[in-house]
Design a protein around this ligand. Structure first.
Ligand code: ZN
Ligand code: ZN
Length: 191
């Protein structure tokens, strides 16, 4: 995920990096990353300006927060930023908070921390094997997706319902804004 800027050609070029959780310093939860993390997309160079557009995607093994069953979750996040190269520019100085990154013509740009932040933002806080997962019986512990149990209980409304709706609204808003500014704001507020 290190771009050597002098080697990026004018016009559009495709790229594809395959990374491990350890390379992105996500090894504390490496068991969850059962497949390689793929960062792919294209660079579009016009003189000293390079627009990088792509996706970081992987498949993770997570546990359903209602029924506790492990399942695979497909994680994907859009990546978009602009690099400006200039003479005597700060080599390897990365200013992700600004609208663009300035790097020396012959410098390199390491995207590891950006990709790491984007993945952390996309991690499901309350993963569900299915939106309609019935969860476990609070009395006998039976997985109610496999059928009803004989316990007598009153149906208690899920405390997660309102939170899930808020999260869905946020995700929809994020997708609507395509200029990348939303992502940066979210990154800041997550600190
Ligand atoms: Zn479930
Ligand atoms: Zn039961």
């Amino acid at each position: 995920m290190i771009f050597e800027l002098a080697k990026i050609q004018q016009g559009i070029s495709k790229f594809r990096f395959q990374l491990t959780a350890a390379e992105l310093e996500l090894d504390y939860c490496k068991e969850a990353f059962t497949e390689a993390i793929v960062f792919s997309g294209q660079t579009n160079r016009s003189g000293d300006e390079i627009i990088v557009k792509g996706t970081v995607a992987t498949k993770m093994k997570v546990q359903c927060s209602r029924c506790l069953k492990p399942f695979y979750y497909e994680l994907a996040a859009d990546v978009e930023f602009v690099v400006k190269t200039q003479d005597k520019g700060p080599d390897n100085v990365i200013v992700w908070d600004e609208d663009y990154v300035i790097v020396d013509h012959y410098g390199t740009l390491d995207t590891a921390s950006l990709l790491r932040d984007l993945i952390l933002l996309e991690l499901p806080l309350h993963p569900l094997c299915d939106q309609n997962c019935k969860g476990l019986c609070p009395i006998c512990g039976k997985n109610l997706n496999e059928g009803p149990c004989s316990c007598e209980r009153e149906d208690i409304p899920s405390v997660w319902g309102p939170l899930e709706r808020i999260k869905e609204e946020k995700i929809t808003k994020k997708i609507e804004v395509k200029d990348g500014s939303t992502k940066k704001k979210t990154l800041k507020s997550a600190e």
